[in-house]
Design a protein around this ligand. Structure first.
Ligand code: URA
Length: 202
């Protein structure tokens, strides 16, 4: 299977949407190729568009704080977005942009094969928890076809609504235990340790 670097080259050539013309840099995503946890945000903003990297502005700073609170760095996880180009004036992604971009996200997921996908905000949540409301399901997980999905508010939401900060900090604390459980249930049953044997020689 071609690696992520090849995929990034393909994404950089994508011109399916109008917003590909106004972007400065495409923002495919970044992080560990074998990450256990993949975070999916919404769309690049100003800073991301300038640098070609996801979550490098104020929302990214808070995401890094959230990760640090469970002893993770951004290099240990993978961070992607629903769409890879910045919408002008940071408008919401359009349905056509989301569907045009979805195959790229699916290929990233296939390549990384994460144990947990964390949705950040409404747009990525809608892909995996259709019809659900974020205020009801944030901080909960569901497993579908061997992949566990965990919904969280978008870190940028906490920058505007301070009360969501505590929700995000509380929700992310659940991730290590969920990951342990996912890893444990993926392991084959280990047999009970044998009774210690009497050594008859002595
Ligand atoms: N918000 C997002 O959803 N993604 C980014 O990369 C930055 C801000």
């Amino acid at each position: 299977m071609p690696g992520l670097t090849d995929l990034y080259k393909e994404i950089a050539l994508c011109r399916k949407c109008e917003i590909a013309r106004s972007r400065t840099k495409v923002v495919p995503g970044e992080g560990a190729e074998n990450a256990d946890i993949l975070f999916i945000g919404e769309a690049p903003g100003y800073h991301e568009d300038q640098q070609g990297r996801p979550f490098v502005g104020p929302a990214g700073q808070f995401l890094e704080e959230l990760l640090a609170s469970i002893n993770l760095t951004r290099r240990q996880v993978y961070i992607a977005n629903v769409i890879k180009c910045r919408p002008p004036d940071n408008r919401d992604p359009l349905p056509i942009e989301i569907s045009n971009c979805r195959p790229w996200l699916e290929r990233q997921i296939q390549q990384i094969s994460p144990k947990i996908i964390v949705t950040l905000g409404r747009y990525s949540m809608a892909m995996y928890f259709p019809g659900k409301s974020i205020s009801k399901i944030h901080g909960t997980a569901q497993t579908v076809n061997g992949v566990t999905y965990f919904a969280m508010y978008h870190p940028a939401a906490a920058l505007h609504q301070g009360n969501l900060r505590q929700d995000l900090l509380r929700d992310i604390q659940k991730l290590p235990a969920i990951l342990d459980e996912v890893k444990r249930s993926a392991q084959p049953e280990t047999p009970e340790p044998a009774e210690p044997q009497q050594l008859s020689m002595f």
